[in-house]
Write a protein that binds this ligand. Sequence first.
Ligand code: AAT
Length: 282
Amino acid sequence: MDLWFTEKHTDNVKLSIKVDRQVYSAQSEFQRIDIFDSLEFGRFLTLDGYMMLTEKDEFIYHEMIVHVPMAVLPQVKKVLVIGGGDGGAVRELVRYPEIQQIDLVEIDAQVIEACKKYLPQTAAKLDDPRVIIHEADGLKFVRSKKDEYDLIIVDSTDPFGPGEGLFTKEFYGNCFKALTATGAMVNQHESPFYPVDAIAMQRAHKRIVDSFPISRVYQAHIPTYPSGHWLFGFASKHGHPLQDFDAQKWKARNLKTRYYNDKIHVGAFALPNYVKRMLEEM
Ligand code: AAT
């Protein structure tokens, strides 16, 4: 019998992936956690039935959420990752020797446990000595922080359920306060394509624009997220994601990446007209 995972992207569109077997299923205090094996995308993690990552395409998301800010910011010593209990963002961050501390704030300890056990491809570096894991709500964690982080990565679920608070004005204001003078915040910024996602995207963008003097949106192609067209936000106090991008410095690091490179960095900030209009129209 054929087994399929299906996610409803709109009332009229579904994405289905043929499943080889279900590896894990649990109901945590916060959400339902499932892990499946598939032929096409390898192992994948869903929360409350929504795709979080697959082994096949997670490199795109995690490289773009980490290397874009790292290639812009002058000196990153202390990083805050909110969400991201799968460890994919941390895996990319620990490749930078100048980073001294990574605070990972994940609301759901069970996601971390499940990923450590079943998704070693992303979770492998969660044991790095520079990583401090906090089982907490990112919205609350960041409230008490001031002038502390050089980079904040908001690697959150979508704006409903536990992730809802991470799309609020209060949260972005507190992230601004928690950043050092040269710091920046990068967030997963939803998709512009289907109206259900675009509304959340526009709302988040408006709140970020209101909270930060510099904010730009960049894009990547992520096959297993709705429409495959995904956005990220870069917001900072000073640093500009293109003017302060040092391609030579990044290339000299000799980091092997599968998606990100210096040309992608620049190109990712070139947005289609319909997206530009959506961002201006708020
Ligand atoms: N790295 C790609 C995977 C994710 S998972 C996002 C994580 O955010 C989940 O583990 C979830 O438990 C955690 N999370 C949700 N809300 C909070 C919160 N308030 N505080 C801390 N952690 C939280 C991102 C997928 C993006 C999906 C795009 N469609």
